[in-house]
Design a protein around this ligand. Structure first.
Ligand code: NAP
Ligand code: F7E
Length: 319
């Protein structure tokens, strides 16, 4: 039986990936770091179906112990300090977890399970402000945040492991993807929850940052399918995963608030606290290779994604 180990299983993608792999018949294991009050809400429904192990991307011995005990055939490295905004406040920590942490995992796997196939969660943030018609899965890269820098280190480390040691390490360069399981500090969830709160009369104002930033937003459950497909490919390759359409944060606000019959301009305000020291103004991906190499296509549109997220937030707040 195929055996998967997921780092970051308590996160948005980790939880959907666990759902997906279980459905495909995998034995699923996950690494969970210790915190004073565990917060397993995204995987509570999987309690009896996955095996959880203590471990931390900062701690080599814990990674070695888990790999030795589980002996996975596939490893999905999703653990990260994933909030770009926070990476300016904690750049060294972000580099340790997202950058060196990934290398720690690759090294531990090289020693203990060299045949395991590894998925590395790379990101469109590695492109920074490069024009969309110049970017490919091989670069160029020009990250503008400590988060993007750390992820680029992990990405190039993955390529090195492949080229130097023949390890099967494949990188999915994923553009933004969202869901009701998205953390509330990210812009989509902040806006959909804000729209639901405003509809219920619980807030009158939603302070926001740069409304003109544009992103290529997709549906997270679609994107975890691509992660799995990437590890089934004959050779380890790096592939962009995106919808090929972008929208502004303003359009996101418009869509979410109009879904509950409100005008975002009555609620959304600009607040300097939510602007970034260096913005990535626009990101737009090219899903051609994901379709050509993996047979992957996104199934949920931006409009549908926003509707589903607002409805989920409304149901949650009323429940
Ligand atoms: P997320 O919801 O923030 O989940 C991050 C996961 O990493 C959580 O399970 C978290 O555990 C875990 N983690 C954080 N620090 C850790 C450490 N030191 N040791 C072990 N685990 C640690 O992120 P996501 O949206 O699911 O994203 C998954 C991955 O894809 C991340 O690597 C992210 O950078 C990357 N990515 C995301 C997107 C996107 O749009 N979502 C796009 C491209 C790439 P706790 O529950 O304990 O915090
Ligand atoms: O910001 C702008 C903000 O925090 C999106 C992570 O999953 O995707 C994510 O990173 C845009 C930025 O995501 C607010 O300035 C405006 O331009 O939702 P976000 P992100 O930074 O794109 C990439 C691909 C990852 O890899 C990351 O892990 O929205 N924006 N006003 C705002 N953003 C936030 N958070 N809050 C605001 O009030």
């Amino acid at each position: 039986m195929a055996k998967a180990l997921i780092t970051g299983i308590t996160g948005q993608d980790g939880s959907y990936l666990a759902d997906h792999l279980l459905q495909l018949g995998y034995e699923v294991h996950g690494i969970v770091r210790r915190s004073s009050s565990p917060n397993p809400w995204r995987i509570a429904h999987l309690e009896d179906r996955v095996t959880l192990w203590d471990g931390d991307m900062l701690d080599m011995a814990s990674l070695l112990q888990v790999l030795d005990a589980v002996r996975p055939t596939e490893i999905y490295n999703l653990a990260a300090q994933s909030f770009v905004g926070r990476s300016w406040r904690e750049p060294v920590y972000t580099a340790e977890v997202n950058g060196v942490g990934a290398l720690r995992l690759f090294e531990a796997a090289r020693v203990l399970v060299p045949q395991a196939r590894i998925y590395q969660a790379s990101t469109s943030e590695m492109y920074g402000n490069l024009p969309s018609d110049t970017i490919t899965a091989r670069g160029p890269f020009a990250p503008r945040s400590p988060y993007g820098n750390a992820k680029l280190f992990a990405h190039t480390s993955a390529v090195n492991m492949r080229e130097s040691h023949g390890q099967f390490v494949a990188c999915g360069i994923l553009f933004n993807h969202e869901s009701p399981r998205r953390g509330e500090e990210f812009v989509t969830r902040k806006v959909t929850r804000g729209a639901a709160l405003a509809k219920l009369g619980r807030i009158r104002e939603l302070p926001m940052g740069n409304l003109e930033a544009r992103r290529d937003w997709g549906w997270a459950p679609d994107y975890v399918r691509a992660m799995h497909l990437l590890l089934q490919h004959d050779e380890p390759v790096d592939v962009m995963v995106a919808t090929g359409r972008s929208h502004s944060v303003r359009e996101l606000c418009e869509a979410a608030f109009s879904h509950v019959g409100l005008d975002y301009r009555d609620v959304v305000t600009k607040d300097p606290r939510f602007f970034r020291p260096a913005e990535v103004d626009a990101l737009l991906g090219d899903p051609t290779d994901a379709e050509r190499l993996l047979g992957w296509k996104p199934q949920v549109t931006f409009e549908e994604m926003v509707r589903r997220m607002v409805d989920a937030d409304l149901a949650d707040l009323q429940g």
